[in-house]
Design a protein around this ligand. Structure first.
Ligand code: B16
Ligand code: MG
Length: 216
């Protein structure tokens, strides 16, 4: 029996992934590296610090801890300017109705995000009250694909890990959920998330019955 649904934020609740990509591209040019969409796919769901390390690795660029700290601040400042006007119109299709539906069926809801901006973004979207728990990048030590973020979310919901499913758009997040012993509903615009139990384009016309039918 599924009693909780844990949502990833970027790429599932709202499409901030494109803004992360723009800000990382700008940082990448500073180390003379052309960050492609293929590279960016490998940054989805991964923490800010780990993303920078990966970019520096691809660019074969060495930076001191102090320089890295500055680049992380620059990246986030640019990202925050890009999401300045984010509002409830930026919630992805089907999310609001799906949340209402599963909550009225007694299913608990949480966010499990690698983003340190998750609370800020949920407030901008006016969605913060739709979740019983929010775990963000400030609350965990390990980034996805480590399961810590989802394990903590289940704990805060007061549920067993296997009583929760995760909704994810990134390979790192799917692996994190599987490592936590949770089933995964993958959200994909195109293609597949290989280890997800089921994939869909969006949550339109999905309901609590759908969740119990496919994931119990
Ligand atoms: P921030 P999610 C992740 O959020 C993003 O997918 C990833 O691209 C980003 O680097 C990470 O959050 C950290 O975000 O810089 O805002 O702390 O998909 O786990 O909700
Ligand atoms: Mg995501």
């Amino acid at each position: 029996m599924i009693r909780g649904v844990i949502f990833d934020l970027d790429g599932v609740i709202t499409d901030t992934a494109v803004y992360h990509y723009q800000s990382w591209r700008r940082i990448a040019t500073e180390v003379n590296f052309d960050l492609t969409e293929e590279h960016n796919e490998q940054l989805k769901g991964v923490s800010r610090a780990e993303s920078l390390d990966r970019i520096l690795g691809w660019a074969n660029a060495l930076r001191t801890e102090e320089e890295k700290a500055k680049l992380l601040v620059q990246k986030n400042e640019h990202y925050l300017t890009l999401i300045e006007s984010l509002n409830d119109k930026d919630i992805l299709p089907g999310i609001v109705a799906f949340l209402e539906n599963i909550r009225s069926a007694g299913i608990k809801t949480a966010v499990g995000s690698s983003s340190k901006n998750a609370h800020f973004i949920l407030n901008k979207l006016r969605l913060i009250d739709s979740f019983d728990a929010v775990v963000d990048g400030n609350m965990v030590k390990q980034t996805k694909p480590d399961p810590e973020v989802f394990i903590l979310a289940a704990q805060l919901l007061g549920l067993q890990q296997q009583e929760c499913i995760v909704v994810e758009d990134a390979e790192a997040g799917v692996l994190a959920a599987k490592a936590a012993g949770m089933k995964v509903l993958g959200i994909t615009a195109h293609g597949q998330l290989h280890q997800a139990d089921l994939c869909t384009h969006n949550l339109l016309e999905k309901d609590a019955q759908f969740i119990q039918q496919f994931f119990s």
